[in-house]
Design a protein around this ligand. Structure first.
Ligand SMILES: Cc1cc2nc3c(=O)[nH]c(=O)nc-3n(C[C@H](O)[C@H](O)[C@H](O)COP(=O)(O)OP(=O)(O)OC[C@H]3O[C@@H](n4cnc5c(N)ncnc54)[C@H](O)[C@@H]3O)c2cc1C
Length: 411
């Protein structure tokens, strides 16, 4: 048994801050140490590509807690501090300055980092990635100064950033290797809605293209050269080609790592005193019967409650239906459920996809795997109930917008 009594959390962002909160809510009265390598206190990232980037939200609105909250709850928040190692046998973590911090239980909420583009010119000035609040400040300045930008990658970050650029009257060219935006996540039926949305907002979208190089002028990005020889001129280039889990610490400590830190439904890793939550965790999901790593806000918000209770020895499991949302121009949507790329055999629309006011359902063998409500609100609980039910659904009732969704849920 370890001599240490501290519960240590590495990664001071949404998941880390929520874990500290959950430990105190569960009346844990021992030391809680929350360590993060950013210099900002924990903040939420969704506004960084939406209202905060658009300039419609104040800086203060992004933070998880007030500065006083940490002291008031006796959470020892150590910012600007990088953890460089874990010594599981000593129950200690190692900091960049060589000092060590002992733990009774350790939670890793180290999140994820943007994948870097592997082409010449990827590190030029004027090439932007978006993960931290400082990145948003740079993009805001870019949108004020630039007249045209190129966005590489038509995923959520690329599309939301595009919408913000258009709102700032900046011309945008999207460069995407797949044949439609969000194709892997949504499939062609619904991806087309997002392709139309951006085209109607004056975006020059080029799908099925390969980026060969980021070109330079006077040491700054001047555009993107495509594999077919086309050159797309731009004052700045924004790259959104996915993220990789920050699982290096766990891997070096000998924990099981496969697409993130592998944890069970209690969020416990292959070491019984080390847990993981948020973007870095590849967790066994009892409802889905498989491990999934979810890169979304709701997961980072809710998983820490389960992790905190499991750390305290309670018998809990994380089985919430995966959920995420986006806002682009006047389109707001919520998505609940989980579909492997190509893992469905039918898409059912309820409402008018052309008017962008609808719910789409992805089905396999008649079962609803996921649903997405676009500009239709207060239906998310019913969508989640359908996903949870795991029963074949009546497709004609599902598609009938006159029939309340709750009635469809009842069957
Ligand atoms: C611009 C943007 C927009 C988004 N919009 C949406 C959205 O609309 N909807 C949605 O559902 N999700 C959205 N997300 C995703 C959501 O923000 C993430 O799922 C969430 O931030 C994950 O939280 P986390 O705490 O697990 O990890 P992170 O937020 O990645 O935080 C991990 C923290 O750990 C720190 N860290 C890592 N390694 C170490 C170390 N060795 N030592 C010390 N500290 C370390 C990192 O620096 C970071 O501060 C968005 C993300 C971004 C970037």
């Amino acid at each position: 048994m370890s001599q240490n009594t501290a519960y240590v959390i590495v990664g001071a962002s949404l998941a880390g801050a929520k874990a500290a909160e959950a430990l105190r809510a569960a009346e844990f009265d021992g030391p809680v140490i929350l360590i993060g390598n950013e210099t900002e206190r924990p903040y939420e990232r969704p506004p960084l590509s939406k209202d905060y980037l658009l300039g419609t939200a104040e800086r203060e609105s992004i933070y998880v807690h007030s500065p006083e909250w940490y002291g008031d709850h006796e959470v020892d928040l150590r910012l600007g501090t990088t953890v460089t190692g874990i010594d599981p046998s000593a129950h200690e973590i190692v900091l960049a300055d060589g000092s060590r911090v002992g733990y009774a239980k350790l939670l890793l909420t180290t999140g994820a980092s943007p994948r870097r583009l592997q082409v010449p010119g990827a590190d030029l000035a004027g090439v932007h990635y978006l993960r931290r609040v400082a990145d948003t400040e740079q993009l805001k300045a870019t949108f004020r100064a630039a007249s045209r930008v190129a966005v590489i990658g038509a995923g959520w970050i690329g599309l939301e950033t595009t919408a913000a650029a258009r709102a700032a009257d900046v011309e945008v060219t999207i460069l995407e290797v797949a044949d439609l935006p969000l194709l892997r996540v949504l499939g062609p039926e619904v991806a087309q809605v997002f392709a139309d949305l951006h085209r109607e907002h004056g975006v020059d979208s080029r799908y099925g293209v390969q980026v060969a190089e980021i070109t330079a002028s006077d040491g700054r990005a001047s555009g993107v050269l495509l594999a077919d020889g086309t050159h797309v001129g731009a004052d700045a280039v924004i790259v959104g080609v996915g993220i990789s889990p920050n699982a290096q610490l766990a891997e070096a400590a000998g924990l099981e790592v496969r697409n993130g830190i592998v944890v069970d439904s209690q969020l416990r890793s292959s070491n019984p005193d080390i847990f993981a939550a948020g973007d870095v965790a590849n967790a066994f999901h009892p409802l889905l019967g498989t491990h999934i790593r979810v890169e979304h806000w709701a997961n980072a918000l809710n998983q820490p409650q389960t992790a905190a209770r499991a750390m305290l020895g309670q018998d809990v499991a994380y089985d919430r239906v995966p959920y995420f949302y986006t806002d682009q121009y006047d389109l707001g949507m919520e998505y609940s459920g989980y579909v492997e790329p190509g893992g469905y055999d039918q898409v059912v629309f309820r409402g008018d996809a052309g008017q962008r006011e609808f719910i789409a359902f992805w089905l396999r063998g008649g079962r609803v795997l996921a649903g997405m409500n676009v500009n239709v609100w207060d239906v998310n609980d019913a969508v989640q109930d359908l996903v949870r039910a795991g029963q074949p659904a009546d497709v004609s009732r599902l598609a009938d917008p006159q029939l309340p969704l709750e009635e469809v849920v009842k069957g």
